[in-house]
Ligand binder design. Structure first.
Ligand SMILES: [Zn+2]
Length: 93
């Protein structure tokens, strides 16, 4: 499990298979994506922006190649913080 704190770090991970958790402090959501989802590419307009979220302390991102590991992390965050856990409806991980 790797915490992703910059756009550059996420772009480098796009070449690997795996999963990304998008934790949003304001909406209190945890969303699971396949790393190949178009929302996971910071270079796209609709893509997530880890640098901005990290800088503004509005959220965090976690990457793992292992779906069960990332799933456990999502459940832990959802339970300890009272966030809602969703699967992305676009990439359907
Ligand atoms: Zn997705």
């Amino acid at each position: 499990m790797i915490e992703v704190t910059s756009d550059e770090q996420l772009v480098a991970l796009l070449a690997s298979p795996g999963f990304l958790l998008n934790v949003d402090y304001r909406t209190r959501d945890v969303k699971l994506h396949s790393i190949r989802c178009k929302y996971c590419d910071p270079r796209r307009r609709i893509g997530v922006k880890p640098s901005s979220k990290s800088l503004n302390k509005t959220g965090e991102f976690w990457y793992s190649y292992n779906r069960s590991e990332v799933n456990s992390k999502a459940i832990e965050i959802a339970e300890t913080r009272g966030y809602k856990y969703h699967l992305c409806s676009l990439c359907n991980p």
